[in-house]
Design a protein around this ligand. Structure first.
Ligand code: CMC
Length: 425
């Protein structure tokens, strides 16, 4: 095993180097504070490995993404979301018997407690669906109080996965003031979601294979992405011993922000703004480069990918194919492609290695499927559910009862003494 040497306060220390299966190296500083009294300082955790994980591998320089060793390109073109859920959570592709049973469980557990449906009625019609989803996932723990029992874990996992799509579809129905629609057993995961979203009492939604496949692919592409903001949140909350529902509810809130999953909604709003502004691409590129403008090119850049995000590559191709198959003309696709072209020729983006990420093209497909813009991040959350669960499960197995608890460098006031209010200046 190799090691790294550190000289601090005139003394030399040696730390082991951990090497992963793909030769990624990390210096193991777990003994640093005990030996030196100092801590590592890495705001934003750009260089911090918070765990060992066997779930997902990313090589950001080469644009590689694999779930449990399987390349994302293969899974996106050939697998079903339900089997990817199984793969991520249990580490292997299910055989035919396992898959049938898994699918049966995912349908059987789709229903939510009838009392829970009342909860939806008390949100204002303007409520953002991510707020409702986060609250509803946390609320599941009140209907299933046994969720933190180790022997109930597999049941809790399947319940959460199965009910996530129902909660999302009911959120949509309730914000539209329409009656909810229950899932049907014969449907796939993606098809059931579409059915619950778009059926009305007057007309059941007829599922087209083109639309079902497009949604399946979107869910697969979002299924995991190792230690990002929301996943790290799920692990962090779970490390306190909080149940799976509570941990994932926190992850949903983490995902909501515009720098993370919320970017998919922002991309479409940005493209619409550019169109309304006469397609002045240069103006928006100039604004994105201006640090004082507070404007970023949404759907561009990534902490890990410094080459094309492979998911964006697949989605760009899928946009053309899905829109063609559906016979839909989407002017925003041309706007997005043109904006990408202008940005990729610009030195600012070239020097910083900023490329389109998963959120740049996904919204174009969601729109074509009829999903409203404020539901885009909810779609991301449903897709990410198996990844969060797999990472939470792995965290529990690896860390047991060790709580996640970073340290800090304090830069506030030194000790001072309390002054009663009447004596304060
Ligand atoms: N538009 C303009 N400038 C950018 C952008 C952008 N989208 N992204 C990064 N930069 C610049 C940034 O100003 C900085 O410049 P400088 O070095 O001169 O200060 C440099 O590039 C590095 O940026 P950073 O913010 O330090 O990079 P990060 O790794 O901390 O942030 C990011 C990654 C994704 C938050 C960021 O690229 C961003 O804000 N992108 C737009 C939001 C977005 O699309 N988010 C979705 C991410 S992918 C889905 C997911 O997994 O969440």
């Amino acid at each position: 095993m190799s090691s790294a040497k550190l000289t601090y306060n005139g003394k030399e220390y040696e730390y082991p180097v951990i090497v992963g299966t793909e030769n990624e190296a990390g210096i193991d500083f777990t003994q640093l504070r005990a030996q030196t009294g100092a801590i590592t300082f890495d705001p934003g955790y750009g260089n911090t490995g918070s765990c060992k994980s066997a779930v997902t591998f990313i090589d950001g320089d080469a644009g590689i993404l694999r779930y449990r060793g399987y390349p994302i390109e293969q899974l996106a073109s050939a697998s079903r979301f339900s089997e990817v859920c199984y793969l991520l959570i249990y580490g292997k592709l299910p055989n035919a018997t396992e898959l049938n049973e898994w699918r049966r469980l995912l349908t059987q557990n789709s229903f939510i407690h009838e009392s829970m449906i009342n909860l939806f009625d008390h949100y204002p019609p303007t409520a953002h669906p991510m707020a409702i989803l986060s609250a509803m996932v946390a609320s599941l723990s009140t209907f299933h109080p046994d969720s933190n029992n180790e022997d109930q874990l597999d049941t809790t996992i399947v319940r959460l996965l199965a009910k996530a799509k129902t909660l999302a579809a009911f959120t949509y129905k309730k914000t539209r003031g329409e009656p909810i629609v229950y899932p049907i057993a014969a449907n796939s995961y993606a098809a059931n979601f579409l059915y619950m979203m778009f059926s009305t009492p007057a007309e059941p939604y007829v599922i087209s294979p083109v639309i079902e496949n497009a949604l399946n692919m979107l869910l697969v592409l979002h299924a995991d992405h190792e230690q990002n903001c929301s996943t790290s949140t799920v692990r962090m909350v779970g490390s306190s011993g909080a149940n799976l529902y509570a941990s994932i509810s926190a992850g949903i809130s983490g995902l909501w922000g515009p720098l993370h999953g919320g970017a998919n909604q922002e991309v479409i709003e940005m493209l619409e703004r550019i169109v309304a502004d006469g397609c002045d691409y240069k103006k928006y590129i100039t604004m994105a480069k201006d640090k004082n403008s507070n404007f970023r090119l949404m759907g561009f850049g990534h902490r890990v990918y410094k080459n094309f995000d492979p998911r964006a590559k697949l989605l760009k191709e899928a946009c053309d194919q899905v829109l063609k198959e559906m016979g839909v003309k989407e002017p925003l696709l041309e706007v997005a492609k043109h904006l990408e072209e202008v940005a990729l020729r610009d030195d600012f983006f070239i020097e910083r290695r900023l490329y389109p990420n998963v959120d740049f093209y996904s919204g174009i497909i969601y729109r074509a499927l009829g999903i409203p813009t404020n539901m885009f991040t909810v779609m991301f959350a449903i897709g990410r559910m198996p990844g969060w669960i797999a990472q939470w499960r792995e965290m529990r197995a690896e860390f047991g009862n060790k709580i996640h608890r970073p340290r800090q460098i304090y830069i506030g006031e030194k000790e001072r003494h309390y002054v009663p209010v009447e004596k304060r200046k």
